[in-house]
Design a protein around this ligand. Sequence first.
Ligand code: ZN
Length: 140
Amino acid sequence: MIFQVGTLQSTCDKCGATVTFTATEALIYDRHRWDLEYACSSCGNAQHTGGPAPLPQYIRDAILASNPPSRISLSGETGSGAVLLKVLRSLNGGSIAEAKAAAEEMRENGRGGTKVEITILKKALDAAGVDSIVSHSEGD
Ligand SMILES: [Zn+2]
């Protein structure tokens, strides 16, 4: 399992005390999911929510705010742009124009994201035969 944790501050549903939520993004086998939980130290109220990817934007923001982004860049000959386009489109959906823009951006600058996102992208590129290099900035 690959996962990354972030925190965000909010208020307890029950007593209104400030609580720290723990946001988790995980890849369990090929299941990409997120979880959000807290336990209130004032009233003992505990909450948990979560679901399959895509992550709600605020969860992704919390993960990225708590962890340096991972990076991936293409290495060597990237071959046919069509393969990269197909991989990006299958992962991100969107229009062909959006996938083209994403592919071009990735060829030039690589791409940053959460550890789980970059791991998923790396696996998809490997499967498609596109060489890439990943760096996770947490020292692992
Ligand atoms: Zn509470």
